[in-house]
Design a protein around this ligand. Structure first.
Ligand code: FAD
Length: 367
């Protein structure tokens, strides 16, 4: 029987194991940590369930939502969801993506409307700064994007960002109904342990090794060394950092991380209804705050907020610069036959849970 090794037990590793064991393959999963689920694992603080940063489920594909829903019942947010950005200059929260109607309420609306007349649209923009300047003009760019993006990537200029397909959620300025973001299906697992049951369901026919460090990688021969012994497989599916898998063959890849802080407040609820993320686009060190009750829906006299500060202490976000993407591509081009690299770290792409499920459905259905 074909022997497959999956490296990493986050969402990508679990769904790969799920689909491949369903097809009858002999699958082994090696996870270096003590639990499955990676960043989507639900933890508990002060009696409140949470994940490191939000892990709000979003997809444009019904099939992707249904795939998860058939295994773990999902709560769907039919009214969409709202993101707000705090703009210190206006001392106000405004919706993000920026809404065209809300511009009319801004103190500097006349200047912004004047600038709109000179905006050619984003076509042909070579970097993130150009994209925004060409889309909305300097005032809105300055308020919503300039400091936020420099903070997010710890860079001096947004002209450095040359791969910006990930932002800004498909539109620079939104029209139509104000507030809710209804372009994607939005939801979260109903269970108080979030996605966790899926990690068990998906790996029930897999040989799972937790707390298992891999000492050496030899992808040419599809083998890894664990506890001093080499183990050889027919196929390797890696979800980990490509530079680790391939012994830094093309040099280091850059990653941005997050320091994460949990804050319990002595009130039942803080955020307005339907508001899922609060972004901070000014000089504060943090980028985003979430309230976990919005995802987990439970009653309690206190509430938990999660606050993220960009840092280099861990590796969560691939850098959106062409030079970094090109170096990652060198790794992918050099992958030997029957070695695949998937997931967020594994593709060096800023992709979400919905994208990871979509990727797995496409890739493993025909395996
Ligand atoms: C702060 C933050 C907030 C996010 N919010 C959202 C959101 O709101 N909505 C959304 O859809 N997506 C969100 N995402 C993205 C989403 O969570 C990821 O796309 C998804 O979880 C990635 O799954 P993965 O399996 O590729 O990686 P991970 O979840 O990172 O899993 C990788 C696994 O591999 C293991 N591993 C690493 N190295 C090794 C090794 N050498 N050997 C063995 N095991 C190893 C790790 O321990 C981990 O378990 C967020 C991401 C971050 C960082």
């Amino acid at each position: 029987m074909t022997k497959i090794l999956v490296i990493g037990g986050g969402f990508a590793g679990c769904i790969a194991s799920h689909m491949l064991t369903d097809k009858g393959y002999d699958v082994t999963l090696i996870e270096k940590g003590p639990v499955l689920g990676g960043g989507c694992r639900t933890l508990v603080y002060g009696g409140h369930p949470y994940t490191i940063g939000p892990r709000h489920f979003l997809t444009k594909k019904e099939e992707v939502f249904e795939f998860l829903n058939q295994h773990i019942p999902m709560r769907r947010y039919p009214d969409g969801h709202e993101f707000l950005t705090y703009i210190e200059k206006d001392q106000s929260f405004w919706h993000f993506p920026i809404h065209r109607d809300e511009v009319e309420e801004m103190p500097d609306r006349e200047k912004i409307l004047e600038e709109f007349k000179d905006c050619p649209g984003p076509e042909g923009a070579k970097n993130l700064e150009e994209y925004w300047l060409m889309s909305v003009g300097p005032t809105l760019y300055g308020k919503f994007v300039e400091s936020y993006s420099k903070k997010m990537w710890q860079i001096d200029s947004n002209t450095e960002i040359t791969d910006f397909g990930f932002t800004p959620k498909g539109v620079a300025i939104k029209t139509g109904p104000k507030g809710a973001w209804t372009e994607a299906i939005s939801g979260y697992p109903k269970a108080m342990n979030g996605y966790d049951d899926y990690f068990d369901i998906s790996t029930r026919n897999t040989k799972v090794h937790l707390n298992t460090p891999i000492e050496e990688y030899d992808v040419e021969n599809r083998r890894v060394k664990v506890a001093g012994e080499w183990h050889t497989y027919d196929i390797i599916i890696s979800t980990i950092f490509p530079e680790v898998l391939m012994n830094n063959a093309f040099g280091p890849l850059r990653w941005m991380g997050r320091d994460f802080f949990k804050i319990v407040l002595p009130v039942k609820k803080v955020f307005p209804e339907n508001v899922y993320f609060l972004y901070y686009a000014n000089q504060e060190p943090f980028t985003r705050i979430v309230e976990y009750k919005n995802f987990y829906h439970y009653d309690s006299p206190t509430t938990l907020l999660g606050l993220e500060i960009p840092s280099f202490n861990n590796k969560y976000y691939p850098f959106p610069m062409k030079a970094d993407q090109d170096r990652a591509q060198q790794y992918f081009d050099a992958l030997p036959k029957d070695v695949y690299s998937i997931g967020r770290a594994g593709t060096y792409r800023y992709i979400d849970v919905g994208n990871i499920i979509e990727q797995a459905l496409e890739m493993f259905r025909s395996f």
